[in-house]
Design a protein around this ligand. Sequence first.
Ligand SMILES: *Cc1c(COP(=O)(O)O)cnc(C)c1O
Length: 359
Amino acid sequence: MSRYWSPVVGTLSPYVPGEQPKLTNLVKLNTNENPYGPSPRALQAMRDACDDSMRLYPDPASDRLRQAAAASAGVSPDQVFVGNGSDEVLAHVFQAFFQQPAPLRFPDISYSFYPVYCGLYGVVHEPVPLTDDFRIDPDDYLPDAGGRGPAGGIIFPNPNAPTGRALELDEVERIVAANPQCVVVVDEAYVDFGAQSAAPLVGRHENLLVVQTLSKSRSLAGLRVGFAIGHEALIDGLQRVKNSFNSYPIDRVAEAGAAAALDDVGHFERTRKAVMETRARMTAGLQDLGFEVLPSAANFVFARHPGHDAAGLAAGLRERSIIVRHFRHPRIDQFLRITVGTEPQCTTLLEALRALVQG
Ligand SMILES: *Cc1c(COP(=O)(O)O)cnc(C)c1O
């Protein structure tokens, strides 16, 4: 606390990112990074961008990147907004659309940045519990569900995090169509690992906004690029907020690298397929050891063991230099969220868990 702070600062509960340990030789399965490197073409484009032109400001509209994102999502560049990581895109979304008298609704178990932005931007919000088997039930998001009255906004990840469970596209559309009074945001950080994108629906629903990132399936978490896809009027709202905050969120190197990564479809297809194959082996291996594993459409799995405490397992893995994520939150404190790594990392993980579980 300091008497110099603006009043809101003392009330904030900031997001706590998964740790980024300085040690090398760790099997790092705690923050859902991609185990495969980015597209070599993206790396080359970034090297090429490092020349005398760095003395100039970048394109404030990031046209080249918006075109690449539009092409990859099958929409027009006017339907794309880009930002410095999808976290920044989401921040602008909360300010542009969710400061409403009616509450923002999102799942009780979901991306923990959402309540943080509510605190920062003064957004009233209301958790919607997942079902007992950790699914989003679209019926719970209908405006008259539970006699609560219409929402002022809705946001959920698809697939959800940290559960990994995905909704079908028709279920997503049902939520969007039932709530024309507010913006419905589908956070598709993990969509490329096995769910269907709602991007093709933006032409039909002016209240739908789809948010994606290059951090996970494009293996560029270090670059900080994300984007939103939606109706031109929503994109215009986001531009107004962005241009009142930072005119140049995407630097020259990031724009070149991100556009090249989006263009490299071959690398993208190969690496996401490898992640999905390892996920299947990891799931089967965990089940063999007695774990319950939620069906995952993401690059991580969410698993619990009926006979072993999750915090104890996480500590045991850490002693063996394997880091996974454990959340001390009600309902999920017996689960581990484990990022899908390479095949050798998967083998190391399963061997370590075998030793811990079978003592
Ligand atoms: C990783 C993640 C993000 C943020 O991604 P960045 O683009 O790296 O900021 C957003 N939403 C969810 C659900 C995520 O897991």
